[in-house]
Design a protein around this ligand. Sequence first.
Ligand SMILES: Cc1cc2nc3c(=O)[nH]c(=O)nc-3n(C[C@H](O)[C@H](O)[C@H](O)COP(=O)(O)OP(=O)(O)OC[C@H]3O[C@@H](n4cnc5c(N)ncnc54)[C@H](O)[C@@H]3O)c2cc1C
Length: 477
Amino acid sequence: MVDLKFTTMTGAETIVEEAAVEELKSSLRGELILPSDADYEEARTIFNAMIDKRPSLIVRCAGVADVISCVNFARANSLLVAVRGAGHNVAGTAVCDGGIVIDLSQMKGVRTDLAARTVRAEPGLTWAELNHDLQPFGLAATGGFISTTGIGGLTLGGGLGWLVRKHGLACDNLLSVDIVTADGKFLTASATENEDLFWGVRGGGGNLGVVTSFEFRVHPVGTVLSGMVVHPIARAKEVLQFWREFEATAPVELTTGAGLLMAPSAPFVPEEAWGTPVIGVFGVYTGDLDAGEQAIRPLREFGPPVVDLFQPTPYNIAQAMLDDFMPTGYHNYWKSSFLTDLTDDAIDTMIAQFAKVPSPMTVVIIEHNGGGAMNRVGASETAFGHRDMSYNFLIPSLWADPADSEKNVTWTREFWEAMQPFARDAVYVNYLDQEGDERVKAAYAAPTYDRLVTLKNKYDPTNLFRLNQNIKPTVEV
Ligand SMILES: Cc1cc2nc3c(=O)[nH]c(=O)nc-3n(C[C@H](O)[C@H](O)[C@H](O)COP(=O)(O)OP(=O)(O)OC[C@H]3O[C@@H](n4cnc5c(N)ncnc54)[C@H](O)[C@@H]3O)c2cc1C
């Protein structure tokens, strides 16, 4: 090993002596990866192929002690720090150029307390892995709409998923976290311990420290009724109008979303529809399956659809039903906003813009998360930004060939601009790409943002944890 060149927090270059890096290495149980190592390329690769960053050092932490060593090493040398869970965030904050990556992806411990209906989970887990371990007990953690995302980033930003209307956000089911703060201290935060920090990690992202363990409340879910109905795009307006009315009275046990997409060449799609634009309505009903059949009957009967895939499914499998639409390793560019309402004009605009979609892989998504458990939590109870929202609109553009980047990015921006008359100046923090400070502020209502700044001043005054949707501290240090 030789002296290593690093980027500091302020973007300057610095040299860290070989002896200091050796000392870090000897303090670790996990793997220290340098650019010259065989697994460096794999270790720096994340979900979004648009992100091509070259850290000077990656530590695949094996446990809490490794995380503390990394935080202390980074702070002592003023290094740029990225924290990686499963590496799914499209903004690419899980890696950095020239700094150190605190990679938690190997920390995958799970311990379920069946009597208490809680689970303690390490931050390298994906929702697929966590719910795999819960399924034999008929239990589930809320999680996301896709099973491959990390539990870490998703929970810290809020966490919208198939159980949101019944059981709330992922962060609403958080009972405690263990966290290493910027000063290298190991703290537990819960409703009775370091309460301010516990408030902040439920929505404030990775701003306040490195979470080494999440304790969640889990739910008896077992088998759910899940699937999708698909209609030709020519019926998209009436389908969305119907869905809007249907959702207004749907029980909280049912969470659904709609998507504009190109039909895949899959056996479950009639051959004549392959590669044609379609509209799908996806959903999960948790609870009594007969009641679920009743609840979704109007959705299955409307049209009727050309594809109807609703069926009883173990929850961990249901959670993965859309994974194939968002595979790892493609180019991603996302724009998103909460909608004021799903008006007819908003529907017309979506359909017109989608008609110009440049990539057959892109699925435009409207989530209906409102009218349920997440709205019952008070706006000031957690740091999650916008409790009163109902429809969440997302254009997660996805394409294979880097030569197509410009046209996909341009289309996404134009689509998002066209939707602004129907959007609130508010966005879900976890769907933000690299969009600047004003958009970070748009992810939080003003009092929440100000309170997060106060916490940042207390727990991370030098902004060691800055590679995230960053809350900037305002104190001089
Ligand atoms: C295909 C896809 C589908 C998605 N679907 C959903 C969805 O259904 N619902 C939803 O709510 N969101 C969804 N998201 C957004 C998702 O919540 C975020 O991308 C989230 O950041 C992913 O978590 P991760 O741990 O994999 O992220 P990473 O990229 O590993 O980390 C992102 C950031 O989170 C912070 N972070 C992660 N772990 C920790 C930790 N343990 N301690 C401190 N900071 C940490 C760091 O700041 C890091 O830079 C989706 C994203 C993708 C790409």
